[in-house]
Design a protein around this ligand. Structure first.
Ligand code: SF4
Ligand code: SF4
Length: 443
């Protein structure tokens, strides 16, 4: 069978063996949960509860306040303890709602009802997705209601379900594909209801043969759902790479997938859409892989959003050896953590606990012009040149050489024998350019 692939990319050791056989296990949060108001791309949500107020699991505690924004939902019942700034996974203090858990887990009335959703209008389906606070759960955090409301729904030809999970160590999507395939397929059918001219493609890397075979069997009678095996290569799961390999169309930084007739959703997002539309269950839980050679018992946990990372580590029996590095997310695109008192958010995917910090051992040396970074870049950029402009903060030339198209995938940094901090510098200059543009737009 044809395996889809792309030019460039890298082959890091995937280390999925550590947690891939761990079935999803539910764990409960501790006494305090933290809900950042911004767990998505777009405007932060606005609190609609006050200190001292009692809330229920499934209740909206912060409302989206712009077109590109998302509701934040309480995952427990309890009392609003504070609305103030707390540390998040990026190391920044951000506005949060803090809830004292009453450990009763009382839900809003309509939670887990059975809906006649096959007869719902498209508007009703989109409204339920919006109310449920669903965002791209693969890490991007783009609000799902906006993604599923393109200007011209009839122009959508492909619904791509991203089951690549190409980041090393991560196994939460893999477990979902094995354990929640009925919900996944039902979620895909809801999307097919919204996009009448589309077919769905579930894209899975070939290092997950069980998931490929399982979903092939489960979709055998589904004429509008195909399975696409992908060659295992990082970053196969990036939205732009997937669209290119599956449809041969190019999406640049200024475009949306819908501009080329595609909607791309991560497997967890599709299951969340099913739960919201079919059962009135908003996004209050997340599957998170806890893995790495420093953790005692690796796991794939189903956790309530707002739960602190420390709770996850405790549920794994703590550390086997003192970790030198803990990463929120995968090692390629995740962020290093210095504190476990921070919450699982909608976009959390993993906690990778490592006994060695390979990166900090590397001291950069001068570029030897080997061109490996150019060969590794999946979208054909020249990282060596981007780095030249990023180092001197030459924003104009960085933009001219298409620096804003950089997906921050880390392939160039990984390939560089001189250990140049390429991706890090691209993130920095891109942030500066975006802030400058925002400042200009705000007058
Ligand atoms: S981080 Fe940017 S420049 Fe480097 S390989 Fe990825 S897309 Fe290319
Ligand atoms: S991989 Fe590193 S050393 Fe080689 S050209 Fe790129 S920046 Fe220079």
């Amino acid at each position: 069978m044809k395996k889809f692939s792309f030019k460039g990319g890298i082959h890091p050791h995937d280390n999925k063996f550590i947690s891939e056989n761990c079935s999803i296990k539910t764990i409960l949060p501790g006494d305090e949960l933290i809900f950042p108001l911004s767990q998505h791309i777009g405007a932060p949500a606005k609190p609609v509860v006050s200190k001292g107020e009692h809330v229920l699991a499934g209740q909206i505690i912060a409302c989206k306040k712009a077109m590109i924004s998302a509701n934040v939902i309480s995952s427990v019942s309890g009392t609003v303890k504070a609305i103030d700034s707390r540390l998040d996974a990026t190391g920044a203090y951000v506005d949060c709602i803090v809830i004292a858990n009453d450990h009763q887990y009382q839900t809003v009335n309509e939670y887990n009802s059975i809906n006649d959703y096959q007869n719902y209008t498209d508007e009703k389906i989109r409204e339920l997705i919006s109310q449920a606070g669903i965002v791209g759960l693969g890490g991007a955090g783009f609000p799902s209601a906006v993604k599923n409301t393109p200007k011209d729904p009839d122009s959508i030809k492909y619904i791509i379900i991203n089951g690549a999970e190409c980041e090393p160590y991560l196994t939460s999507d893999y477990r979902l594909m094995l354990e929640k395939s009925d919900e996944l397929i039902a979620g895909i059918k809801i999307q097919l209801q919204l996009f009448k001219n589309a077919k769905a493609i579930i894209a899975i890397e070939d290092n997950k043969p069980d998931a490929l075979n399982h979903l092939k069997k489960a979709t055998i009678n589904e004429s509008k759902i195909e399975i696409a095996p992908l060659q295992t290569k990082y970053p196969q799961g990036s939205e732009r790479v997937l669209i290119k390999v599956l449809t041969n169309q190019v999406v640049t930084s200024g475009m949306l997938p819908a501009d080329v007739g595609c909607i791309v959703n991560n497997v967890a997002s599709v299951i969340a859409i099913y739960e919201a539309v079919a059962l009135n269950i908003p996004l209050i839980e997340k599957i998170v892989t806890v893995t790495g050679d420093a953790i005692n018992e690796p796991n794939n946990f189903k956790v309530r959003i707002g739960t602190k990372y420390q709770t996850l580590v405790d549920a794994c029996g703590g550390f086997k050896v003192p970790p030198k590095k803990i990463i929120s997310g995968g090692p390629m695109m995740g962020t290093a953590l210095f504190n476990l008192d921070i919450p699982v958010t909608k976009t959390s995917s993993a906690l990778v606990c490592l006994s060695e910090d390979a990166v900090s051992k590397n001291t950069p040396t001068p570029c030897i012009h080997c061109g490996r970074c150019v060969n590794a870049c999946p979208i054909g950029l020249v990282p060596q040149l981007l780095y030249h402009y990023a180092k001197i903060n030459d924003q104009e030339n960085f933009i001219k050489v298409h620096g804003m198209d950089c997906m921050e995938c880390g392939c160039c940094t990984y390939s560089c024998p001189a250990k140049q901090n390429l991706t890090q510098s691209f993130k920095k200059i891109k942030r500066a350019i975006n802030n400058r543009k925002k400042g200009a737009n705000n007058g």
